[in-house]
Design a binder for this molecule. Structure first.
Ligand code: ACO
Length: 384
């Protein structure tokens, strides 16, 4: 009961639908262009193709930093002189829960389930802390790699504390220590994938945190949002596309055909970037430094040139440039990660950004609860 008199309540009920349906406040579908919060974590400058974490340009972070340092930067706001982030062994309850999943489960579903189980064991309190963020980020690769082994009827591999987190993931998945170039390349990928402003999954994590729910719940929700094909990216689509094109001499005809059929070229276009995606530029350099990638890169670079030229012809009004997925495909292929693991590997890296945002949201401690315009029927009553 609200304390209003019966007559007041009836009057309010009568007025409500009529008033709300006449609501003339501006509404932006998809919240496009709406400022929905404040953050000090990252800025995405779509017009000029720039991305900064805590003020540092992404290219500089990839060239001179490690994922462990970048994660600390995102969580604490300051550049750490040195940082280590060691993969944590998966608790028995998490391993047992993974054993119950069908081997054909999507790795994103597996990761979400593993973090949910871990959260149930840990009984994380509120507000989220940097220590919780470190532990969640450190356990996720162990759990995902363990599933990769179990689905092949192999035993999980314990983390090697001497390896950086991304290299450890490859080690626990394959049972072999990756070579230095692959380790460095995956570390660079984790850096560029770690954070990207108020995207759908990050916003989801913030909404959940704003209710004073725990960090594992926020990350499970974020993984659910990232799983959707409009958000989760398209690097395996890029791989398929380059396989279909096959050789440079077929590229122009193939791309023209795809555009004539109204298809989208994977790895091009972005909701925010109108310029070359700075993450694609950073990953292109990384891919070029990897061994065994020459043929793939030769094809990719030439396909990219032709695609950019033809996209500019078709859409002179809208700049459609290379996005991060184009060279992500090269790097993840180069480190020999199975394509079905690409989206979940993205989530392993983005754990750093999601958890940083959860910590920032908890500090603001304001529940996110926007208004909605009512467009349903006016007040009516049940028959009889
Ligand atoms: N290939 C061909 N045409 C394209 C492409 C593309 N990759 N991207 C956009 N267009 C065209 C659209 O067909 C549309 O043309 P129209 O106006 O004649 O209908 C026009 O450009 C505008 O497209 P929108 O859908 O309004 O662009 P939006 O900003 O909503 O979409 C998106 C962005 C989803 C990334 C889109 O560019 C796309 O589908 N790209 C291909 C898939 C891809 O690479 N995804 C990864 C994105 S990066 C990430 O998720 C981390």
């Amino acid at each position: 009961m609200t304390g209003s008199t019966t007559a007041e309540g009836a009057a309010a009920r009568e007025a409500a639908p009529a008033e709300t349906s006449a609501d003339s406040r501006p509404y932006s579908p998809g919240l496009a262009g709406v400022l929905a919060g404040e953050t000090a974590i990252a800025v995405v400058d779509g017009e000029r193709g720039r991305l900064f974490y805590r003020g540092y340009p992404i290219g500089e972070l990839v060239e001179r930093g490690t994922f462990a340092q970048v994660a600390e930067l995102l969580w604490t706001g300051e550049w750490p002189g040195k940082a280590t982030l060691v993969a944590e062994p998966a608790p028995p309850a998490v391993l047992n829960s993974l054993r119950l999943l069908p081997p054909e489960s999507a790795p994103m579903d597996v990761l979400r389930s593993a973090i949910s189980t871990w959260g149930a064991i840990e009984k994380l309190g509120w507000p989220p802390t940097v220590e919780q963020a470190r532990r969640l980020t450190a356990i996720a690769p162990t759990a995902l790699a363990a599933f990769g082994r179990l689905r092949q009827k192999k035993d999980p591999v314990e983390p090697d504390p001497s390896l950086p987190l991304p290299a450890n993931f490859l080690y626990m998945l394959n049972g072999e220590r990756p070579d230095e170039a692959s380790a460095r390349a995956l570390d660079a990928y984790f850096i560029v994938a770690a954070e990207h402003g108020f995207n759908a999954s990050t916003f989801t994590a913030r909404v959940i945190t704003s209710t004073r729910s725990d960090l594992a719940s926020a990350v499970c929700g974020a993984i659910g949002a990232l799983k959707g094909p409009l958000h989760g990216g398209a690097p395996s689509g890029v791989v398929d596309q380059l396989h279909e094109i096959g050789s440079v001499d077929r590229a122009e005809e193939w791309i023209r055909g795809a555009l004539d059929r109204g298809e989208r070229l994977m790895g091009f276009g972005h909701r925010v970037y109108r310029a070359y995606d700075p993450r694609a530029a950073a990953l292109r350099k990384v891919a070029e430094s990897m061994t065994g990638m020459a043929d793939w890169l030769d094809l990719a670079v030439k396909v990219e040139d032709i695609a950019l030229r033809l996209l500019a012809e078709r859409h002179p009004e809208r700049p459609l440039k290379t996005n991060v997925e184009f060279y992500t495909a090269a790097v993840l292929q180069g480190v020999k990660l199975p394509p079905e693991f690409y989206p979940a590997t993205f989530a392993l890296a983005r754990n750093a950004g999601w958890t940083a945002h959860a910590i920032e949201q908890a500090a603001a401690d304001k529940i996110i609860r926007p208004d909605v315009r009512y467009v349903g029927p006016p007040e009516r009553h049940l028959p009889g």
